[in-house]
Design a protein around this ligand. Structure first.
Ligand code: SF4
Length: 244
């Protein structure tokens, strides 16, 4: 199981999500064309993350969850999947870490990222999806980069934690977990819109595995400048570089 694209449920709101994807892709590509700077790249990532929060707040009144959600602090089942994200979000997370982690926490994260890389090295997509390796950003049952966590981490909202546990730790599918589908569809739309814009702007890696991409971002000084200049910083983190 991969914390990425699952079967996408079809709902009457789909045209809205399609338009949202198109709009985000267009405005993001235009913004990057006008200002190809680390500051703009950070703004691009923040815009997509903020759009999720503001849109879901508005949609909750139109199509609220059918019952209480099971997601809560300390429940980490979904953090044991491969997290797929993009270059802008990865660099946003790297900046957050550089600005907020103290030296001891940063050293521990670097050690976890090295261990993570060693574990996932050489795995096929299928092996990685079934490996249940925890996200290196998970600390004491919490997300250590919660304010800037990837869209896909915000999107899955389960009604049943036991079902998450059963599916994730048996290699099942997220589509079999009962969940509130509005944030899922919204997250996929924004995630795809951001990736569409990055590809249109020449950053063609597509889905990146968060742990590997983050290690590359933190290991390289001036990572954002190098990424923007076309350095293929995240080549090893590209999901497509793994055999199926
Ligand atoms: S980034 Fe945070 S929320 Fe996402 S998988 Fe990692 S620890 Fe969990």
């Amino acid at each position: 199981m991969t914390k990425g694209k699952a079967d996408e449920p079809t709902v009457p709101l789909q045209p809205f999500f399609d338009e949202l994807r198109r709009h985000l892709a267009q405005t993001t590509a235009e913004n990057l064309k006008a200002h190809r700077t680390p500051k703009q790249l950070r703004a691009v990532a923040d815009t997509a993350l903020d759009a999720f929060g503001s849109t879901i707040a508005g949609m909750e009144s139109i199509s609220p969850p059918e019952r209480p959600l099971a997601c809560k602090k300390g429940c980490t089942h979904c953090c044991h999947q491969a997290v797929l994200t993009d270059g802008a979000t990865t660099l946003r997370i790297a900046t957050y870490i550089q600005e907020n982690f103290n030296p001891a926490d940063r050293m521990l994260l670097d050690m976890r990222l090295i261990a993570y890389e060693e574990k996932v090295e050489g795995m096929t997509q299928s092996q990685r999806s079934l490996s249940q390796i925890p996200c290196p950003l998970l600390i004491n049952g919490s997300c250590s980069v919660h304010p800037v966590r990837p869209l896909i981490c915000r999107s899955f909202n389960s009604y049943d934690a036991e079902s998450c546990k059963k599916q994730i730790f048996s290699g099942g599918s997220t589509s079999d977990i009962p969940s509130w589908n509005i944030p899922w569809l919204l997250g996929i739309a924004l995630d795809n819109g951001l990736k569409d814009a990055l590809i249109e702007s020449g950053y063609t890696e597509g889905d990146l595995e968060l742990g590997l991409a983050l290690k590359a971002a933190l290991d390289h000084p001036e990572a954002a400048e190098r990424y923007l200049a076309g350095d293929r910083l995240f080549a090893r983190a590209a999901w497509s570089s793994r055999k199926p």
